[in-house]
Design a protein around this ligand. Structure first.
Ligand code: PLV
Length: 306
């Protein structure tokens, strides 16, 4: 039985009025681990347990690790999650609270990932936070639900870190026959690894992550994410951190849900009526969630924003 739950698809009248178009919210923030990550991670963990894995090891900006810790507890196996120093204290506490071992290593996810791989034992399964076909197949269930819940989307708006959500949504669109539904892929300035790769026509490694949206902090996207942009309409958008955190605050007022700036990126594209959305009468927005941000932290970012 899947570890994730089916999430609601709601039309947001309040956001729709502000944006001047219909806005549909796929509320992944309501997953038990607080983000969409549980879809793919739960699927991967179940598959690895069936193949005999005795422990899950993961590297994460926070939410994938929390999903691994949640899945491990539900499946009765231990887990170890390596996070970078930039992962919030809140996220670390939540992962530890699920009973997983938390190690902090390195400035960004890349360094944490190298450490996790070095610690991998023979009966461990490695759960990648974004670059694994098992993960994408699990994330694709989000689109299967959309297909059962309502009409064909005119466009899907989502956030991009390493591109796992993008790959999963595209897999889901294609397996549901929605092969021409454009996807608006949003990143924050300082974490724009997909935008850079699309502009260069090849994978690009950012020298550092400078955005507060640390959950989007993969310095390079999964190769499959870039490959998808060559065979499906994907519009890349980059928003400033200030727009992402303001969108989180607006969404808290409008829908009473606190999400991370990683999710605020996609929200900002819709609240901000960006050019990439021009001509669209309706959008489906993946409210990817994120459990690592507190209200105090969000307020601090808003007060410190330029
Ligand atoms: N977060 C990953 C990668 O971090 C993680 O380890 O949790 N929204 C939220 C709330 C997220 O946590 C993430 C990814 C994304 C969006 C982007 O998803 P992706 O990586 O599949 O594009 C470094």
């Amino acid at each position: 039985m899947p570890l994730h739950v089916e999430t609601p698809l709601l039309q947001s009248r309040i956001l729709g009025r502000r944006a001047g178009r219909d806005v549909w919210l796929k509320l992944e923030a309501l997953q038990p681990s607080g983000s969409f990550k549980l879809r793919g991670v739960g699927h991967a963990c179940e598959a690895h347990r069936e193949r005999g894995a005795r422990r899950f090891v993961s590297s994460s900006g926070g939410n994938a690790g929390l999903a691994v810790a949640y899945a491990a507890r539900r499946l009765g196996l231990p887990a170890m999650v390596v996070v970078p120093e930039s992962t919030s204290a809140r996220a670390r506490d939540l992962i530890a609270g699920e009973g997983a071992e938390v190690l902090v290593h390195g400035r960004s996810w890349q360094e944490a990932n190298a450490r996790a791989l070095a610690l991998l034992g023979p009966t461990d399964a490695f759960i990648h936070p974004f670059d694994d076909p098992l993960l994408w197949a699990g994330h694709a269930t989000l689109v299967d639900e959309l297909a059962a819940q309502g009409p064909r989307p005119e466009a899907v708006v989502l956030s991009v870190g390493g591109g796992g959500l993008l790959c999963g949504v595209l897999e889901g669109l294609h397996r549901n026959g929605w092969t021409d539904v454009p996807v608006v892929a949003v990143e924050t300035e300082g974490a724009e690894s997909l935008a850079r790769a699309m502009a260069a026509g090849r994978l690009v490694e950012l020298p550092a992550i400078t955005s507060v949206a640390t959950s989007l902090g993969a310095r390079q996207v999964a190769p499959q994410a870039l490959a998808w942009t060559r065979r499906h309409p994907v519009r890349s958008v980059v928003v400033p951190d200030a727009a992402a955190v303001r969108a989180c605050a607006a969404f808290l007022d409008d829908h009473r849900l606190l999400v991370e700036p990683a999710c605020g990126a996609a929200l900002a594209a819709v609240y901000g009526d960006l050019p990439a959305l021009q001509g669209l009468r309706s959008v489906h927005l993946v409210v990817c969630g994120g459990a690592g941000t507190t209200w105090g932290q969000l307020r601090g970012w808003i007060e410190g924003a330029p």
